[in-house]
Design a protein around this ligand. Structure first.
Ligand code: SAM
Ligand code: SF4
Length: 342
C-alpha cells in the first residue's frame, strides 16, 4: 500500500497511525430525510429518538473540538441536513469560524428539496459550495429511485442555489437499469448549466429492500461509454477524498468518479465522519467507531473530547474492504449511508 503523508503544521493536529492528517470533518446532523432513495434507505426506516441526537449546540462544541485539532473543512450532511430544524443557526456559527480564519470552508451535501427556500440563507451564513444529489432528469425515474415525486422541487432548488451565488456540484449514483442510459444526458445538462458532476458507485451500506448487486453499475464501463460522446482527459485535481477527476473538452465543468468497488483510493484519506448521535467513524466502509456523546455531555467536555479524538486516530483503518467478488458485494457494513452521510 502507498500512504500519502501530510505535513503537520498544527502540533495538536489529528494524525492517524499511517501519518495521514485529518483536516476534513463530515458531520451528519440528522438521520431523517424527506426522500427514500432505494440504494440508501428502506421505505420504512426507524429513525433515532430525539434524545439520542445531539443538539445543535452540542454539534457546534464538537466541531470546535475538531477545529482546535486542525480540521479546516466541515461538510454538514445527513440524512437530509436541510430538514433539521434551525440548521441555519449551525451554518451561521461555523461561518463565523471562516471569518476568523479558523477554518477554510463549510459545505453541505443535500438532496436539494429545501434549497429554494434556504439557498440564500446558506450563502449569507458563509457557504459557497453545495453538493446536490440527483440521479435522473426524468420525473418518473426520480419518483422510482427516491420513492417520492419531488424532481421539480429539486430543480427549483438547484436554480435557487445558482441564483444565490452558490457553486453547485451534482452527485449521481450510477444505477444499472435505472439511470445507466441517461448518464451522458446528465453530464450534458451539467455542462450546459456550468455544474461539475461526480458519479458514484453504489456501496454496500445498510439493509435496503432489494439486493444491491441488482443495481450495481461499475463506473469503468460508464466512463468508456461517455468517451464516445465526450473527450475526457484525466486530471490531477485532488481533494484528499476518493474522487478522481476528468477534464471535459470545450467545457469548464469537471467530471469526478468515486469508484470504491472498482478502484480503492484510500491512501490519502484526510477525513472522518461523525453521526448525529456523536459517534466518530474513522472510515465510511468500516464499523469501528468511538462514541463522543458522553464526553460532550460530561462536566469537562473539552478535555474529554480531546482525549477521545486522540484515541480515535489510533483506530483509523487503512481503508474500506468494499469489493465485488463472484458477482456479490463484499465488505458490507450494517449501518446506512444516512447515518454517516456522503
Ligand atoms: N440527503 C443528502 C443527499 O442525498 O445528498 C445527504 C446525505 S446522502 C446519504 C449523501 C450521498 O450519499 C448522496 O449523494 C447519495 O446519493 C449517496 N449515497 C447514499 N447511499 C449510498 C450508497 N449506498 N452507495 C453510494 N452512495 C450512496
Ligand atoms: Fe435521503 Fe440522501 Fe439517503 Fe436519498 S441519499 S434517502 S436524499 S439521505
Amino acid at each position: 500500500m502507498t500512504i500519502m503523508k501530510t505535513t503537520n503544521q498544527n502540533p495538536t493536529a489529528l494524525t492517524d497511525t499511517f501519518g495521514r492528517q485529518i483536516s476534513y470533518l463530515r458531520l451528519s446532523v440528522t438521520d431523517r430525510c424527506d426522500l427514500r432513495c432505494h440504494y440508501c434507505m428502506a421505505e420504512n426506516m426507524i429513525f433515532l429518538p430525539k434524545a439520542e441526537v445531539l443538539s445543535l449546540e452540542e454539534m457546534l462544541m464538537l466541531c470546535n473540538a475538531f477545529i482546535d485539532r486542525g480540521v479546516r473543512r466541515i461538510r454538514l450532511t445527513g440524512g437530509e441536513p436541510l430538514v433539521r430544524k434551525d440548521i441555519i443557526w449551525l451554518f451561521e456559527q461555523l461561518g463565523k469560524q471562516i471569518n476568523s480564519k479558523r477554518i477554510d470552508e463549510v459545505t453541505v451535501t443535500t438532496n436539494g428539496t429545501q434549497l429554494s427556500k434556504m439557498a440564500t440563507d446558506l450563502y449569507n451564513a458563509g457557504v459557497r459550495r453545495v453538493n446536490i444529489s440527483l440521479d435522473t432528469l426524468k420525473r418518473d425515474a426520480f419518483a422510482e429511485i427516491t420513492r417520492r415525486d419531488s424532481l421539480s422541487k429539486v430543480m427549483e432548488g438547484i436554480d435557487a442555489a445558482l441564483s444565490a451565488g452558490l457553486k453547485v456540484k451534482i452527485n449521481t449514483v450510477a444505477l444499472k437499469n435505472k439511470n445507466e442510459h441517461e448518464i451522458s444526458d446528465i453530464l450534458n445538462w451539467c455542462i450546459t448549466k456550468g455544474l461539475d458532476l461526480t458519479l458514484i458507485e453504489t456501496m454496500p451500506l445498510g439493509n435496503i429492500d432489494s439486493a444491491r448487486e441488482d443495481s450495481y453499475l461499475p463506473l469503468t464501463g460508464v466512463i468508456d461509454n461517455l468517451k464516445t460522446d465526450f473527450t475526457l482527459t484525466p486530471n490531477t485535481h485532488r481533494t484528499g477524498g476518493p474522487a478522481r477527476y476528468y477534464s471535459i473538452e470545450n467545457s469548464a465543468s469537471k467530471l469526478g468518479v468515486i469508484t470504491p468497488l472498482t478502484n480503492n483510493f484510500c491512501d490519502g484519506c484526510n477525513r472522518v465522519r461523525v453521526t448525529c448521535t456523536g459517534r466518530i467513524y474513522m472510515c465510511l466502509g468500516q464499523s469501528n467507531h468511538v462514541d463522543l456523546r458522553e464526553a460532550i455531555r460530561s462536566t469537562n467536555p473539552e478535555a474529554e473530547l480531546n482525549k477521545l479524538l486522540g484515541n480515535a486516530m489510533q483506530e483509523k483503518p487503512y481503508g474500506h474492504d468494499f469489493a465485488m467478488k463472484d458477482g456479490k458485494m463484499t465488505g458490507t457494513v450494517g449501518r446506512h449511508m444516512s447515518m454517516t452521510g456522503g
